[in-house]
Design a binder for this molecule. Structure first.
Ligand SMILES: Nc1ncnc2c1ncn2[C@@H]1O[C@H](COP(=O)(O)OP(=O)(O)OP(=O)(O)O)[C@@H](O)[C@H]1O
Ligand SMILES: [Mg+2]
Length: 247
C-alpha cells in the first residue's frame, strides 16, 4: 500500500465561454519522507494540484488516498501550505502569525514555547514581537513556513515559496528548507520554476505538462549536493529535456 496515492485526478474549470482542463488525469504514488518537486510551464496545473491536495479546491474526478483512506472534507490531508507570497496577517505579530492556525481554538496564548521553537527553526528567534511590515520578503516567507509547520503536518506543500526572492536570500532559504527536511518526519511537495533548485532539494522531480505528468525523475543524490558532479549535471539535463518535450 502506498503512503499517499493520487489516482486519476482531474480538474476542469467551467468558464463563461470555455472549459479549462487544468488537470487531465494525474496518477502519482508519493513515498513517505520524500521531497517531491513539481516543475512545468505556467498554466500546466501545478498550483491546482497543490490546492486540491490542501483541500482548497475540489477535484472534478479521481481520488486521493492517504494511508489507505480516501481523502475528502471529512478526512482532509494533514498538510501545511506556503504560497508564493507570504500572506501574513498585517495586524498580528510574527509570533501570532505563526500560531494563527490555533487561534480559532483560543489556544494561542498557551503556545508561546511552541512559537519559540518554530522561530528558532526558521532563524527568527529575535522577531517574535515584530510586525509583518517590519520584515523583508525573505523573512516574511520564513514566517509563512513557520506557520505551515506549526500544526506539525505530515505533508508540507510549497507553491513557489522562494519565487519572489533575490538570489542570496533564495539560496539561504534553500539551505534552510533542506535542513528542516533532513530533520525528518515530513514529506515535502514543492513547486518551483527553478530547475537548479529542484535538483538541489528534490528526491524526485515531476514534470507537469498541460495537466499531465510528462516525467517523474528520481534524484538519488545525498545532501548537500555538488552541482558540478556528473550525476547532478546529467539529472539536470534529463529534467530540462523533459521540460523541452512539454509543448
Ligand atoms: N479558479 C480558476 N478558474 C478558472 N481557471 C483556473 C482557475 N485556476 C486555475 N485555472 C486555470 O487552470 C490552468 C492551470 O492553472 P495553475 O494555476 O494550476 O497553473 P500553474 O502551473 O500553477 O501556473 P503558474 O506557473 O503560472 O503558477 C490554467 O489554464 C488556469 O488558467
Ligand atoms: Mg501556480
Amino acid at each position: 500500500m502506498s503512503w499517499l496515492k493520487i489516482e486519476g485526478l482531474k480538474k476542469n474549470y467551467e468558464l463563461e465561454d470555455m472549459d479549462v482542463d487544468a488537470l487531465r488525469g494525474i496518477d502519482l504514488d508519493i513515498e513517505e519522507g520524500g521531497f517531491i518537486v513539481i516543475v512545468g510551464r505556467s498554466g500546466s496545473g501545478k498550483t491546482t494540484l497543490l490546492r486540491i491536495l490542501a483541500g482548497l479546491e475540489k477535484e472534478t474526478a479521481g481520488r486521493i488516498i492517504f494511508k489507505g483512506r480516501i481523502c475528502g472534507e471529512e478526512h482532509p490531508l494533514p498538510v501545511g501550505m506556503v504560497f508564493q507570497e507570504a500572506r501574513l496577517l498585517p495586524w498580528l505579530s510574527v509570533e501570532n502569525n505563526i500560531l494563527f492556525p490555533f487561534h480559532h481554538e483560543g489556544r494561542a496564548k498557551d503556545m508561546h514555547s511552541k512559537a519559540v521553537s518554530l522561530l528558532k527553526m526558521i532563524g527568527l528567534e529575535e522577531y517574535g514581537n515584530a510586525m509583518p511590515h517590519q520584515l523583508s520578503g525573505g523573512m516574511a516567507q520564513r514566517v509563512a513556513l513557520g506557520r505551515a509547520l506549526s500544526c506539525d503536518p505530515d505533508i508540507v506543500l510549497l507553491d513557489e515559496p522562494l519565487g519572489a526572492l533575490d538570489y542570496f536570500t533564495r539560496r539561504a532559504l534553500q539551505r534552510e528548507l533542506a535542513k528542516i527536511y533532513l530533520a525528518g518526519g515530513k514529506t515535502f511537495l514543492m513547486v518551483t520554476h527553478d530547475v537548479g533548485e529542484a535538483l538541489r532539494l528534490g528526491t524526485r522531480v515531476i514534470v507537469l505538462n498541460r495537466g499531465k505528468i510528462e516525467a517523474s525523475i528520481p534524484i538519488e543524490l545525498g545532501y548537500p549536493r555538488d552541482r558540478h558532479s556528473d550525476k547532478f549535471q546529467s539529472l539536470l539535463d534529463e529534467v530540462l529535456e523533459a521540460l523541452d518535450d512539454a509543448e
